[in-house]
Design a protein around this ligand. Structure first.
Ligand SMILES: O=C(O)CSc1nc(-c2cccc(Cl)c2)no1
Ligand SMILES: Cc1ncc(COP(=O)(O)O)c(C=O)c1O
Length: 415
């Protein structure tokens, strides 16, 4: 067996460092750089939790092992941008939840949508999307896709005739929509639109962030790809940003190849936070479903509330669709105060429990006025997309319903 003289930092102080076999080096390197750590290979622990593997690269014991890795005979990772054991555990968990063949986890929900669009829509392609959409997603589509010659038809969420017309008159590569949508919580019939798209050779991608994988399994309803902002319900603690793309391996592997080059990598520490959050996802979402439905029902009866948008209410335009494809209606309730811009601001400034902040889906309730939070820079965009001055988005956390209701009542009494 090869022997190697191994000088450790200590030897520069005149200690004897002696010759050691490579086996000895692998087991007991005599210095601060390697001592105790060359056991890292397939380190097996009895820890209940998945370890955070903080590494940028993976090593190989020989060139043959590297060749075996390259040719798929030896399982490992090679480089941090191409994969990580902590993140792989997270991807397997999400695949199980979404009943997907494959999932790739990435740095944010926006990057997930961008990676999906960049991979699955060819240059010169045509996509369909909806009027109600997270604003940054729309901005990306409007500003970046044209640079690749990609054109777009925008339809109202319930306008299936417009979708069919777009499919009949364009070579549509992809229909991309949220369901429920941000911020009006409109619901798209996933099974129906998947059949419409597939009849014309188009893919269907659902951004299922507002549903979470607990309330809705878009792939089982016919979607080809589902994306999530893991920042929201999935991680669920307002402490990490992440995103994921799930679907059949034929498609996700294309996104993964793009991702390995472009590098919107999810840090393994973030992967751990999301893994940890997902362990209570079903408990948190069930609680949020229940509290949000009660809150929506309460708000709908309140004299100072003009309108409530919540898929769980019979008054919602797609309540029948939501009931058919969701097992719960989520924790976000959007509503319009019966007042103007300033009275809506005063209401927001009077609540005590919800944070006045962006984001949603976490343990802490969050409330915002999209006219300010998301659309402050453009009155024109507000008018185009119906973002009224008195619209509120209320992301209900896991607090007690009565506490939240009493807080909303006292704030409404202030206007
Ligand atoms: O990223 C932005 O431009 C705004 S951040 C943003 N917050 C929400 C949002 C959605 C539902 C409920 C709540 Cl309280 C907030 N949607 O986008
Ligand atoms: C429906 C939807 N998709 C995607 C995103 C973007 O996710 P992220 O903030 O993790 O990039 C958001 C952000 O609010 C969202 O509401």
């Amino acid at each position: 067996m090869a022997t190697v003289s191994f000088s450790s930092p200590a030897s520069f102080a005149g200690d004897n460092s002696g010759a050691l076999t490579s086996a000895t080096i692998l087991r007991f390197p005599p210095n601060s750089v390697h001592a105790g750590e060359r056991l890292g290979r397939r380190i097996a622990t009895d820890a209940i939790t998945t370890p955070v593997v903080n590494t940028s690269a993976y090593w190989f014991s020989s060139s043959q092992e590297l060749i075996d890795f390259k040719e798929g005979r030896h399982a490992s990772f090679e480089y941090g941008r191409y994969g990580n054991p902590t993140t792989e555990a997270l991807e397997k968990k999400m695949s199980a939840l979404e009943k997907a063949e494959s999932t790739v986890f990435v740095a944010s929900g926006m990057y997930a949508s961008v990676a999906m669009l960049s991979t699955l829509v060819p240059a010169g392609g045509h996509i369909v999307t909806t009027t109600d959409l997270y604003r940054k997603t729309r901005i990306y589509m409007e500003t970046e896709l044209p640079k690749r010659g990609i054109t777009m038809t925008v339809i109202r969420p319930a306008d299936m005739d417009a979708l069919q017309d777009a499919l009949d008159n364009n070579n549509v590569s992809l229909f991309f929509t949220e369901t429920p949508t941000n911020p009006f919580l409109r619901c798209i019939d996933i099974e129906l639109v998947s059949n419409m798209c597939h009849n014309k050779g188009a893919l269907l991608c659902i951004d299922s962030t507002f549903a979470s994988p607990i309330n809705q399994k878009a792939l089982t309803l016919g979607a080809d790809i589902v994306v999530h902002s893991a920042t929201k319900y999935i991680a669920g603690h307002n402490d990490v940003i992440g995103g994921c793309i799930s679907g059949r391996d034929e498609l996700v592997s294309k996104v993964r190849i793009y991702h390995h080059v472009v590098g919107g990598v999810l840090n393994p520490n973030a992967s751990y936070l999301i893994l940890r959050g997902m362990k209570t996802l079903h408990l948190r979402v069930q609680c949020q479903n229940s509290t949000a439905l009660r809150m929506a029902q309460f708000l709908e009866e309140h004299p100072k509330i003009a309108r409530v948008y919540y898929p769980g209410l019979p008054s919602h335009p797609e309540h029948h669709i939501a009931k058919s494809q969701m097992t719960g209606f989520g924790g976000v309730v959007s509503f319009e105060v019966d007042g103007d811009f300033d009275s809506t601001r005063k209401f927001i400034d009077s609540v005590k429990i919800p944070y006045h902040a962006p984001s949603f889906g976490g343990c802490e309730s969050i409330i915002d006025q999209p006219a300010i939070m998301s659309y402050w820079d453009s009155k024109e965009q507000r008018d185009i997309y119906g973002i009224k001055d008195n619209l509120i988005r209320f992301s209900i956390g896991v607090e007690d319903f009565e506490d939240l209701k009493n807080d909303i009542v006292q704030a409404l009494n202030k206007i």
